[in-house]
Each structure stands twice: as structure tokens, then as C-alpha cells.
Write a protein that binds this ligand. Sequence first.
Ligand SMILES: [Cu+2]
Length: 133
Amino acid sequence: MKKFLKLTLILTLGLFFVACNDDATSSKGFTKSGKAGSLSVTYSSDKPLVVGDNTIKVLVSENGKALTGAKVELKIFMPEMPGMPYMEEVKSMTADGDSYSGNVNFSMGGTWQVKIFIEKDGKKYKYSSSVIL
Ligand SMILES: [Cu+2]
């Protein structure tokens, strides 16, 4: 009987770890990248994007080297739809080590257009993307 309890306990713990692992896999974050002229842009979140607040990190690089000291703005917008006005939010991102970060609020589910504006030494770059929530 004691042996049986031990086995049950081991199996239960095993399942617990498997469940935790699954959870870690399904809660992996969001990341998307592309080009803005000669620059490479990656924007990401440690957690999957949700309706509401999201902490978004933007990494800009040129020839494989992080571009620091730039002015980075992230704009999200959703075109007008029947029964719903045009919505947009523009956020100035704050320098955060080699990247830039800021809080972005998606006010509803659906497809959002994402533009990232980068300005450095008088040159302007734009990266266009979209996300579906
Ligand atoms: Cu909408």
C-alpha cells in the first residue's frame, strides 16, 4: 500500500511538471520583425499580446549592430468600421539598454496596423506591420 501511495505521488508530481511545461510553452511571448529602409526592426513582448496593456520592446539594428540614441515612436491604429470609429494610439518609446520600450494599450480585439517611426541623425525610417488580437 505504501508503495502504491509513493507511485501515485510520483505520477501526480510528474503530471504537475508536465502541466507547468505546457503552460510555459503556451505563454511564450510575441515577436515580429522586418525592415525599415536599411534598418532591421524587431518588436516583441514577453507575454502574448492582449486586449489592454502590453509592454512592447523595440530593437533597431543597422548592419547587425543595435542602433541606440534614436527617437522611436510606435503607432497602432484600426481603420473605421461599421459602428466603430477610427482608433489610434501613438507612444514614444523610452531607451532601455540597447532597445526601446513602452506600454501600448490595444483597446479592442481585431487587426491593428502597427507603424514604428525611427529618427536618427536627421534621417527618418518607417516600419509597417500588423497584429491580430
Ligand atoms: Cu475595431
